[in-house]
Ligand binder design. Structure first.
Ligand SMILES: NC(=O)c1ccc[n+]([C@@H]2O[C@H](COP(=O)([O-])OP(=O)(O)OC[C@H]3O[C@@H](n4cnc5c(N)ncnc54)[C@H](OP(=O)(O)O)[C@@H]3O)[C@@H](O)[C@H]2O)c1
Length: 305
């Protein structure tokens, strides 16, 4: 059991998150963060209960979220933790009211800059980030078109998340389906997957389109990325393509979380969680998420609250 030092807090982890970026931490390729070394704790956002606090901001029993990793108990510097409000399921701080919801919010609104009437296409649309993006696009008065794998996810996009049109990239010709789903072209593309799916979307961009590059999950397990993007497209469409990292927006999280929480309370943002029990199953949960077997946010319940 780790001992908290001055200004530190001991936390019993209740929930931990499983995310595509963790694949990058298992690689020595150049990235925005250094890899996790063999034998180190896998980095992850986790939610837990304070057991012991050496900082006046926290007391035993407080629910907190932070970068606590895949472990049952963690010591963290108090300043790196955020206290959770009462009255919400704590694991929501790992998805719609945490990194995934914030990624959807800033990626769509700040990078994508949607205008009412725009057509917004989302890849990875039924995943943790994608499920929120489509609903935010609807809130912004846009036509939301989602792309995901399999008939079950397609049905969820239409019937649960309220996308205006949906495409099952595993069962349909994405190019032909996009032509039908986006008769007026694509104004905003929120890209979670990259590769051949994105290539099909580029072919339907409107002049002045915005491409928010959130992630490229289809490429994470490849030895070499597929060459599916040609910068000349940006000239043809006078389009803007911008990658972003959610942590660059951390000074504005306080603006977004109450808005996301209000939309959840009003039923304007719905979400699905896919829960695996037991920290020993975290690696399997990670693999099933990369295989697309997760229905909504992939979580691991580490302990009962
Ligand atoms: N920029 C940032 O700050 C930031 C923050 C968080 C997440 N992200 C990125 O956002 C994206 C989505 O993350 P998430 O946490 O919401 O994960 P997620 O969508 O819940 O789970 C990953 C999904 O990727 C899809 N996938 C896997 N292999 C694929 C392939 N070859 N082609 C197409 N889709 C494939 C699967 O959905 P299907 O069943 O539909 O194939 C799977 O369910 C990732 O690229 C991630 O890196 C970026």
């Amino acid at each position: 059991m780790p001992e908290p030092g001055p200004g530190e807090v001991l936390v019993r982890v209740l929930w931990t998150s499983v995310d595509p970026y963790q694949r990058g931490r298992m690689s020595t390729a150049r990235s925005y963060a250094k890899p996790v070394e063999v034998g180190e704790v896998m980095t992850a956002q986790s939610v837990g209960e304070v057991v012991e606090s050496n900082d006046p901001r926290f007391e035993s029993g407080d629910l907190v979220v932070g970068a606590l990793g895949w472990q049952e108990y963690a010591v963290a510097r108090a300043g790196t933790l955020r206290k959770l409000p009462n009255g919400m399921p704590p694991q929501m701080a790992l998805h719609v009211l945490g990194t995934n919801g914030l990624t959807a919010y800033f990626g769509l609104f700040d990078v994508g800059q949607p205008r009412p009437g725009d057509t917004v296409v989302v890849s990875g649309a039924a995943g943790a980030v994608g499920q929120v993006v489509g609903q935010l696009a609807t809130i912004a008065g846009c036509r939301a078109v989602g792309i995901a794998g399999g008939p079950e996810k397609k049905a969820d996009l239409l019937n649960f998340y309220g996308y205006d049109a949906a495409i099952d990239y595993k069962g349909e010709d994405v190019g032909a389906a996009l032509k039908e789903a986006c008769p007026d072209g694509v104004d905003v593309y929120f890209d979670n997957v990259g590769g051949v799916i994105s290539a099909a979307v580029y072919a339907r961009l409107n002049v002045g389109a915005r491409i928010a590059v959130c992630g490229q999950v289809s490429q994470y397990n490849l030895e070499r990325p597929e060459p599916t993007f040609h910068p000349g497209l940006l000239v043809v469409y006078r389009a803007r393509m911008e990658g972003f990292l959610i942590y660059d927006y951390s000074h504005r999280f306080g603006e977004a979380i109450p808005r996301l929480a209000a939309w959840v309370a009003e039923g304007r943002i719905r979400y699905k969680e896919d829960v695996v029990d037991g920290i020993e199953h975290a690696p399997e949960a990670f693999l099933r998420m990369l295989r697309g077997e997760n229905q909504g946010k992939q979580l691991v319940r580490v302990a009962a609250s």
